[in-house]
Design a protein around this ligand. Structure first.
Ligand SMILES: C[S@@+](CC[C@H](N)C(=O)[O-])C[C@H]1O[C@@H](n2cnc3c(N)ncnc32)[C@H](O)[C@@H]1O
Length: 247
């Protein structure tokens, strides 16, 4: 008997982040800035020396690898299998990587859980954002803290570059950015390896007030808010980041 099974197309975040082209486009990410941020954040949280940290949506593990070099026991988790394969090349006894969906509760508890560099707000259904927050909350141990490092929507919208072409490794990435239906869209078109590609990044325009509402619903206590990687004060119209510390 043949079954008529229709396969559902992958969501944008499950496909785009898993391609090599995503990593090519963003290969110039600022590693120094990421490391300073981790120095500041771990210092602020005053984590014990042997703390267990979960880097949730770790990508190829740039933060995980650095945190581990500071002496922490780190797990990097991401939905992208290819990113986890790449990150796993740096694994050791105290640095592990796994494929994991951020909506799911972890089997272990952590002293700190970090969700970094706008790795939130991808889901079509608000319930999935709430599910993610609840999963983070339940994966923390009693004294644990979590951090979400999100874009500051108002700053991003104010400074949106509507169109640009970025050439990286001989690929011309044609990028268009716009705001629609409370989401920030980035359309990325390019030709590579003889094929034409088109991907769309679509991130929900979640502001502090929206996070506060969701956190309240998830039973989460928001402790502190910062506006950049130096952990300076958050200003709605000037800050580049919205960095939230909660438990
Ligand atoms: C903007 S990247 C940031 C990666 C990394 N934190 C960094 O700073 O380099 C977002 C990451 O979220 C991951 N991601 C998307 N949806 C996810 C999900 N449902 N669960 C876990 N990871 C997810 C992507 O695969 C991607 O690696």
């Amino acid at each position: 008997m043949t079954e008529n099974i229709k396969s559902t197309p992958k969501k944008w975040y499950a496909s785009w982040f898993d391609t090599p082209y995503y990593h090519i486009l963003y290969k110039d990410r600022d590693y120094n800035e990421a490391q300073h941020f981790m120095d500041n954040l771990t210092g602020y949280l005053n984590l014990p020396e042997n703390a267990k940290i979960l880097d949730l949506a770790c990508g190829k593990g740039r933060h995980s690898i650095y945190l581990n070099s500071l002496g922490y026991t780190v797990t990097g988790a991401d939905l992208s299998e290819n990113s986890i394969i790449e990150a796993s090349k740096s694994s050791n006894d105290t640095l592990q990587f796994k494929v994991h969906d951020m909506r799911e509760v972890c089997t272990e508890k952590y002293d700190a859980i970090f969700n970094l560099f706008t790795s939130f707000g991808y889901f079509d259904d608000d319930a999935d954002n709430l599910k993610t927050l609840k999963a983070i909350h339940s994966s923390l141990n009693e004294t644990g803290f979590a951090c979400i490092d999100f874009m500051n929507v108002d700053y991003v919208i104010e400074n949106l570059v509507p169109e640009e072409i970025k050439t990286v490794e001989d690929i011309d990435f044609h990028i268009k950015r716009y705001v629609k239906d409370n989401h920030i869209f980035k359309e990325i078109s390019f030709t590579a390896d003889g094929e034409d590609y088109h991907f769309t990044e679509k991130v929900q325009a979640i502001r502090l007030a929206d996070f506060e509402k969701m956190m309240e619903e998830a039973g989460i206590y928001l402790l502190d808010i910062f506006g950049n990687y130096k952990l300076q004060k958050f200003f709605k119209n000037q800050s580049e980041r919205l960095i939230m510390i909660f438990k």
